[in-house]
Write a protein that binds this ligand. Structure first.
Ligand code: FPP
Length: 246
């Protein structure tokens, strides 16, 4: 099915919680790893589609801080896929800039090396920025930022009144990106799972039952079409928004 999209209202930042790899595999009688393999292919395809649509930032929740509690073999599979699945040609062909957020130091050396290579190689690209969240959780990110600000205060460089919303945003790992306009969660769960909590204050949420390995380009277009029918009020009344009052 085709979805009519208004090219002037493409969300600048789409964040995705890619859920359902394991259940997709189980439903097919396959090992969970097969779900992650297929999920990696979707991550690449959806990045290419986001590029075609003109999405500026695509933030993919790939491995949460809590995912460290999964069996070692599954963690190994996901990291192996990150090392082999990040393809320079796909990024260069599509002018994609690659970035990572999360606890980089905690990642295996192979993942650090591969992701750093991709970041360096694509740093000058000007199309979509694909942000992969690995060993990331929002509370971890906020805790890091608060520790950083406490150190600045202890060193006499930060006064209480300097701590504004903008300043807090600037101390987060995500300071290089705008807040998400649209957050998509696949796999039929209705929760945010410690993802971009500060940044999603005014984000539009879109949930679908489709498991991530079945989420194709048209599903992204459907989510964006749905987003384009929302009225973002930021606390105002609908009438104020219609009249474009400040
Ligand atoms: C959630 O499904 C998926 C993950 C925790 C891993 C996602 C990782 C990838 C898709 C690889 C990404 C690769 C690149 C290149 C970005 P789940 O395992 O929690 O599924 P379940 O809820 O059905 O068990």
């Amino acid at each position: 099915m085709e979805y009519e999209l208004n090219r002037d209202q493409i969300p600048a930042h789409v964040a995705i919680i890619m859920d359902g790899n394991g259940r997709w595999a189980k439903a097919k009688g396959l090992p969970r790893s097969a779900g992650h393999v297929e999920g990696t292919e979707r991550a690449k395809q959806i990045t290419e589609e986001a590029t075609r649509l003109g999405v500026k930032f695509l933030t993919l929740y790939t491995f949460s801080t809590e995912n460290w509690n999964r069996p070692d073999a599954e963690i190994g599979t996901i990291f192996d896929l990150l090392v082999t699945g990040l393809e320079d040609e796909v990024f260069m062909k599509n002018n994609v800039r690659f970035r990572v957020i999360g606890d980089f130091a905690r990642l295996p050396k192979s993942v650090q090396k591969r992701t750093q290579e991709c970041m360096d190689k694509t740093a000058g690209n000007t199309g979509t920025t694909m942000v992969v969240a690995i060993s990331y959780s929002s509370r971890w990110e906020l805790t890091q930022a608060m520790q950083k600000m406490a150190r600045q205060a202890a060193e006499g460089q930060l006064k209480p009144e300097d701590i504004t919303e903008e300043y807090i945003s600037s101390q987060l790992q995500t300071s290089f990106m705008p807040d998400p306009d649209l957050l998509i969660r696949t796999g039929g769960e209705y929760r945010i799972s410690n993802y971009l909590l500060w940044q999603c204050a005014y984000t539009e949420f879109y949930y679908c039952d489709t498991y991530w390995p079945d989420f194709h380009e048209e599903d992204l277009r459907k989510a964006i079409a749905d987003f384009q029918h929302r009225q973002r009020r930021y606390g105002k009344t609908g009438e104020q928004v219609e009249k474009n009052e400040n």
